[in-house]
Design a protein around this ligand. Structure first.
Ligand SMILES: N[C@@H](CCC(=O)N[C@@H](CS)C(=O)NCC(=O)O)C(=O)O
Length: 225
């Protein structure tokens, strides 16, 4: 197995994917918590391009970007538990939706959360449009890949917790059950998987953090343009 270290923050949804993946594969690892307002020299050394968490260090070699790390973990450890499907077409489809999440769904949701007034209305429209596409994609499926959870469930996993916490923080709910029955059903099912529910960040601490973020009291996530 070798030496495995994970650089993360307690609240990063991107890092959470990696925590889930390592635990599902049964990989033992050391956690290094970063303060993003004061990044460690190790983080800057291991991820000089983006300077972000998560970073996975395997036998001293860094792997950056959570989607890349997920695939690395999948290919390196416990071949009995596979995240990506075997079929090349299904793999390509999974990667397409993962890219869509990271480039569109997550940023639109985050913009909605961070804005106000007219800007927030515009951001809301975009976020709902993206979420509706995901809702359609989940039609008739228990998990993103079918009957068992895998890569895409880990990628979209942030939806199980963060919108609910944001809802409590700003008292607005984007993911109404009537509008998103498939997504809400998936959120319940995936959120009930032991490794997933046992590793959420503390809800009260997250609510507090989200209030701070809205007041501009911290740098935490920089979005693509
Ligand atoms: N595309 C990256 C995004 C990672 C990311 O945005 N990480 C945030 C924490 S949630 C971060 O490290 N932000 C520090 C910064 O933007 O300076 C990934 O998938 O790993």
């Amino acid at each position: 197995m070798g030496e495995v270290k994970l650089f993360r923050t307690w609240s990063s949804p991107f890092a959470l994917r990696i925590v889930w993946a390592l635990k599902l594969k049964g990989v033992e690892y050391e956690t290094i918590y970063e303060d993003l307002a004061n990044k460690s020299s190790s983080l800057l050394e291991y991820n000089p391009v983006h300077k972000k968490v998560p970073v996975l260090l395997h036998n001293g070699i860094p792997i950056c970007e959570s989607l890349v790390i997920l695939e690395y973990i999948d290919e390196t450890w416990n071949k009995g538990v596979r995240f990506l499907p075997e079929d090349p077409l299904a793999r390509a489809t999974a990667r397409f939706w993962a890219k869509f999440n990271d480039e569109q769904v997550f940023p639109s949701f985050f913009r909605y959360f961070m804005s106000q007034g007219e800007d927030q209305e515009k951001a809301k429209e975009k976020a709902l449009e993206n979420l509706k596409l995901v809702e359609e994609h989940l039609k008739g499926k228990k998990f993103f890949g079918g009957e068992t959870f895998g890569f895409l469930d880990l990628v979209f996993g942030w939806l199980v917790c963060y919108p609910g916490v944001i809802n409590k923080a700003i008292n607005q709910n984007l993911l109404a059950k009537q509008m998103f029955p498939n997504l809400c059903r998936w959120m319940e099912q995936f959120g009930d998987v032991p490794v997933i529910k046992e590793n959420w960040p503390d809800e009260e601490a997250l609510i507090l953090k989200f209030h701070e973020m809205r007041q501009g009291l911290g740098i935490y996530i920089s979005l693509p343009n």
